[in-house]
Write a protein that binds this ligand. Structure first.
Ligand code: ZN
Length: 133
């Protein structure tokens, strides 16, 4: 992914067991969709490939926003108190927390809106067998 020594499995593999035991709510995981669908595979979280791609693109944008602050957090983790490194660490943590909170809030609002739209005009199930989250 990012060069020698940086070989970590993707989150989907790292959390595979946890994702499989988490009950599926029967709704597409992409917050702008939230269409009800029947998962063909235990790991399926999206109603279709389009929703999976859209959610992954959103995750990439958010990941890009927090990548540098996450690195700074690690680089300055042991900075001495009241130094520039400690201040930078604090700023990086606040930024990452802010991005995570706002992202979750925005997704929750979008999901509520999509679920309301679905109640008004149900989308036809487009469950795609073999669609990987
Ligand atoms: Zn969907």
């Amino acid at each position: 992914m990012a060069g020698p020594g940086f070989e970590i499995e993707p989150w989907e593999i790292f959390c595979d067991f946890e994702e499989q035991i988490r009950p599926h709510d029967g709704l597409c995981a992409f917050p702008d969709c939230r269409a009800p669908f029947r998962a063909v595979k235990a790991w399926q979280r999206y109603c279709c490939a389009e929703c999976r791609r859209a959610d992954q693109a959103e995750a990439r944008r958010v990941g890009h926003m927090i990548a540098r602050p996450v690195l700074i957090m690690r680089e300055t983790k042991h900075a001495k108190p009241r130094t520039g490194g400690a201040l930078l660490n604090s700023s990086a943590r606040r930024y990452v927390d802010q991005v995570a909170s706002r992202w979750r809030e925005a997704r929750t609002v979008r999901a509520r809106e999509a679920e309301a739209r679905t109640l008004m005009a149900p989308k036809l199930s487009t469950a795609a067998a073999g669609e990987r989250p």
